[in-house]
Ligand binder design. Structure first.
Ligand SMILES: CC(C)(COP(=O)(O)OP(=O)(O)OC[C@H]1O[C@@H](n2cnc3c(N)ncnc32)[C@H](O)[C@@H]1OP(=O)(O)O)[C@@H](O)C(=O)NCCC(=O)NCCS
Length: 156
């Protein structure tokens, strides 16, 4: 298998309050609906059951983000959201964010990471499959605009 397009300079860190403007702006440019609001991001920053990750590189402090949810009573973590700045896509930022989400899941004792993706999001689906995610289900009219979803999972 071809190695992932890793940009060596990509670093992933936990989001801080000072990232809120960038988080909200990227959310608005990436998703037409089902968006996380500023208040929701703010809440997740301090939550035990959420992890907001930010990818950065040498001179760029905000290239993309991923949101992971953990719930009590289940060892399945959920990748709720992932987005890379449009001009930074295709350079390994998304892969680095997913790797960090998986590492965080393992660290918390989770045995799997799950996610939902729009059936028409070919770029994201190809990325998940390349990283070892397999399709475990599908949901009709999962999104606010009526789009269907696939559910993917990877063992950690
Ligand atoms: C899905 C997403 C997070 C991937 O982030 P990324 O930083 O581009 O990820 P990577 O660079 O690690 O890998 C992306 C893959 O898609 C390809 N790609 C990235 N941008 C692309 C584009 N605009 N057009 C075609 N292919 C693209 C890359 O070459 C790479 O291909 P590969 O898996 O065959 O190697 C990003 O495309 C994005 O933010 N999309 C909008 C939001 C979204 O759809 N989120 C996912 C649903 S929640």
């Amino acid at each position: 298998m071809r190695p992932p397009p890793v940009t060596a300079a990509v670093r992933v860190r936990r989001a801080e309050v000072s990232d809120l403007d960038d988080l909200v702006a990227l959310e608005e440019s990436s998703f037409a609906q089902d968006r996380l609001s500023r208040a929701q991001y703010r809440k997740h920053l301090d939550s035990e059951s959420a992890l907001v990750l930010v990818a950065s590189a040498n001179h760029r402090r905000f290239l993309g983000t991923a949101v992971v949810f953990f719930r009590k009573g289940t060892r399945v973590a959920r990748l709720y959201s992932i987005a890379t700045q449009p001009q930074a896509q295709g350079k390994g930022v998304g892969s680095a964010l997913i790797a960090a989400a998986e590492e965080a899941g393992r660290h918390r004792g989770c045995h799997a990471l799950r996610l939902e993706v729009r059936k028409d999001n070919a770029v994201a689906i190809r990325l998940y499959e390349r990283l070892g995610y397999r399709r475990i289900g599908e949901y009709a009219r999962y999104y606010a605009d009526g789009a269907d979803a696939f559910r993917f999972e990877k063992a950690l």
